[in-house]
Write a protein of this length. Sequence first.
Length: 461
Amino acid sequence: MTTTHEYDGHGPAHEGKTPAKAALASWIGSVLEYYDFFIYGTAAALVFGKVFFPESDPATGTLLSFATYGVGYVARPIGAFFMGHIGDKYGRKRILLLTVSLMGLATFLVGCLPTYNTIGIWAPVLLVALRLLQGFSASGEQSGANSLSLEHAPEERRAFFTSFTLGGTQAGLIIATAVFLPIGAMPESQLLSWGWRIPFWLSAIVVLAAVLIRRRLEEPPAFREEAAKDEVPEVPLAILFRDHRANLVRVMLAAIASTVSTIFAVYALSFAVDTKGLDTTTMLWVAITTNVVAIAAIPAWATLADRIGRKPVFIFGAVGSGALMFAYLAAIQSGRYPLIFLAAIFMSGFVYSAMNGVQPALYGEMFPIQVRLSGMAIGTQIGFAIGGFAPTAAKAIAGDGPSGWVPVAAYVLASSVIAAIAVFTARETYKLPLRVIDGRADERAQRFAREDRELTRARTP
């Protein structure tokens, strides 16, 4: 399939654009990549406190387990500098092959680790080291896939096609959670001795499939054009920090909205199972059902963003899901499963998907092609790092008694409001051709873009 949707009359159209193929490859790659990343979070909530920190009391063991989960996010901003440089200088395809290979290796080795009872303190030390490698890999995954999809997409459907990367992320979470359903139902002695390792060992299959898929990817036409004209910058990061600092900060703050996701996936699961004594299998089904809804909701919200703009959809999703965290944690506190399912589906499956579905296009369109991957990678990974430690912070600030969850919900809402304010200050880009955003348009196209911005400002009260 060949599709050409460049700005009509203002520059040559590029042949060979295959938006559906690029979106599908990004979706499948993200499924595989984030299967690996998310099984760690589930294991951290259900197993790692007992396997790697048995000398601690249960509460401290859970806190330390969450800390190892958050450590993966520490490596992500560091890896973003490295991955961003490679992706903007050498191409999107190389970065996507590198990320999935590193993630698969680290995940498989986690499943091979001896426990604390076998080698003592070295067990959690090695666990942290492999989690750092996972985070280093994840730092370039979404940004690479988003850049690839965005630069292949038709102009009027950029949000829709880039949303498939996030849909793949949700599918990866579903598979990761589903794999733990039979594992979590095992007798505890088997679960803690060998059962928890199986999802990690399965990553060997994941890596092989992902590498085969991504080897067939093509670089976006815009990147090939840039390389052909010898316009690829030697040091993309220098241009990023010189000319695009404001948008870098916006993306960083916007990505803090990921606190909703990490609290839902890790802290709330532990709160339900360990604190409230709710059934593990049922709570895993809550996550699966919610993310099935999200897979359908994400492209729907992205389609809306292609029609009315990125900003209103993102802001609604961020603030709405942050506020609904009160309903979800209250439902867990009540112990009533129908309420838990309803609150989870509405908060994470439906409303949070508005923010999730539009972020790839929103963030990608803040940067020109020369620094797009770097800008998205560094900005999102710093924000995700803050969100990654949210379960640890939540465990520390949660109070005792029936209302102990309230500070956690307030923390999530505050993070979401920060993200919404950051996006509110950004430029709306859904009507701008990508050639204009990239600085590749001719003089007439640039004049058209200026007139469009002036008209937008005139209409804004």
